[in-house]
Design a binder for this molecule. Structure first.
Ligand code: FAD
Length: 398
């Protein structure tokens, strides 16, 4: 898509300046001038102009240069120089997609003093790692990270760009998508390649999780998607893999920022974070009261696991939000997930269905949770859970 002011028609009425939600239009010599960096091509100015002086061209069909975009890029998120596991999860999926497209997988990392620390990305499947190493990129800041990434994506033209739906990823990638005038599908739970046309199939819950929508970006590149932590398995390490680390230089102007970090305060928590836990015991509305969560906590303690919950239990005020599993809570991928008194609505399932083993305890044999469970116990959780705790205590000598 493109936009331009037809100077001969512009009367300098300033209507477009007033309606632009992004303050992207200014007057210069009584003519409207559009700042393309700020403009999102929303079309509000076109609709407001009474003189047809602004032309917005929408592309129809494929843009001619689509073929120039090749390869799959993964954003290698780092904190204090440590690559975050979400990047390894994306590398695993990227390799699957690359096989279907017969293309290569690249990773891009921004940071400071990081360039000697990137072999693991190659061992986990990246054919090339592009790195921009500069003091201004030590900690995440929206402006320099966006500008540098946009610069690299314009230069190398990958056909697909994947990023974690982390705090950093969510803030960063939407800005990148706007600047590149391409689409972005956030919080995907599935990614695949369309066999015929080779488009990226981006699947995510839609309409409150009632349907799974598969979204395609047919006319714009790169095809961009974010994926939450723990939705995909980490790529395996293979130390025999060879690849290339390419240090990129970018103009200093791209590193400027209008914001600066004054202080970084680490969150201190005494409980196991459910997103990192290997075992999670979760309770739902079937727990009936907050006090009853004690039996869940006891089982979790014996197994060395964390306590999770459904949204119903959080909404009832029985559990804090930080324990909520699901679409509007956390996505988890433990080795074992034990669901107690949880019916298994789709919004809960999207947050835990990639667990290795799912054990469901529910008195209703037709509860949907049993459709994803590896082991199902139909019974009263108030009898089953204490029995399990006692058995595990004995077996584990606790
Ligand atoms: C936009 C949107 C986002 C949402 N996000 C989330 C989310 O992130 N996470 C989430 O969990 N939900 C989410 N929900 C809510 C979701 O749709 C369900 O309402 C919720 O998951 C139900 O929680 P539950 O299974 O605990 O309760 P219920 O559906 O009421 O199920 C309770 C279960 O307990 C069983 N039970 C009762 N007593 C016993 C007993 N004594 N022994 C054994 N079993 C018993 C019952 O048979 C029943 O199956 C979302 C909804 C919307 C619209």
């Amino acid at each position: 898509m493109s936009i331009k002011v037809i100077n001969d028609k512009c009367t300098g009425c300033t209507l477009c300046v007033k309606v632009c939600p992004f303050a992207a239009i200014e007057m210069s010599s009584k003519k409207a001038v559009i700042d393309l960096d700020k403009c999102t091509l929303c079309g509000a100015c076109v609709d407001s102009c009474k003189f047809d002086a602004i032309e917005l061209k929408r592309d129809s069909g494929k843009t001619p240069n689509l073929e120039e975009y090749k390869g799959i890029w993964v954003f290698g998120e780092q904190k204090k120089g440590v690559i975050q596991s979400i990047s390894y999860e994306l590398l695993g999926k990227a390799q699957e997609l690359a096989k279907k497209l017969k293309t290569e997988v690249c990773c891009v990392v921004l940071g400071h003093n990081i360039k000697n620390n990137l072999q693991e990305l190659i061992h986990r499947g990246a054919n090339k790692v592009y790195v921009v190493d500069s003091p201004e990129l030590e900690n995440f800041l929206d402006e320099p990270y966006t500008n540098v990434l946009v610069n690299l994506l314009r230069k190398h033209r990958p056909e697909i760009f994947l990023c974690g739906a982390t705090f950093m990823g969510r803030s960063l990638i939407s800005r990148v998508a706007v600047k590149l005038h391409t689409g972005l599908t956030a919080d995907c739970t599935g990614l695949d390649i369309d066999e015929k046309e080779k488009f990226l199939l981006q699947t995510r819950p839609a309409f409150g999780g009632n349907i799974m929508a598969t979204i395609l970006s047919k006319n714009h590149r790169p095809q961009m998607a974010t994926v939450r932590h723990k939705v995909f398995k980490e790529a395996e390490i293979d130390t025999s893999r060879k690849g290339e680390v390419i240090v990129e230089e970018v103009p200093k102007t791209l590193l400027a920022s209008r914001t600066k970090i004054l202080d970084i305060v680490e969150e201190v928590t005494s409980t196991i974070n459910i997103a990192e836990a290997n075992i999670i015991v979760s309770g739902g509305r079937g727990m009936k009261s907050p006090e009853n969560f004690e039996i869940i906590e006891e089982l979790a303690k014996v197994l060395g696991g964390a306590v999770g919950s459904s949204r119903a239990a959080v909404d009832a005020g029985w559990m804090p939000y930080s324990h909520q599993v699901g679409q509007t809570g956390k996505t988890v991928c433990p080795k074992i997930y034990i669901a107690c008194g949880i019916s298994g609505q789709i919004q809960h399932l999207v947050g835990m269905q990639s667990a290795d083993i799912i054990i469901a305890i529910n008195q209703d044999s037709s509860a949907p949770i049993f459709t994803v469970a590896n082991y199902g116990i139909v019974g009263d959780l108030f009898k089953v859970v204490p029995l399990l705790t006692a058995k595990f205590k004995k077996a584990l000598n606790k």
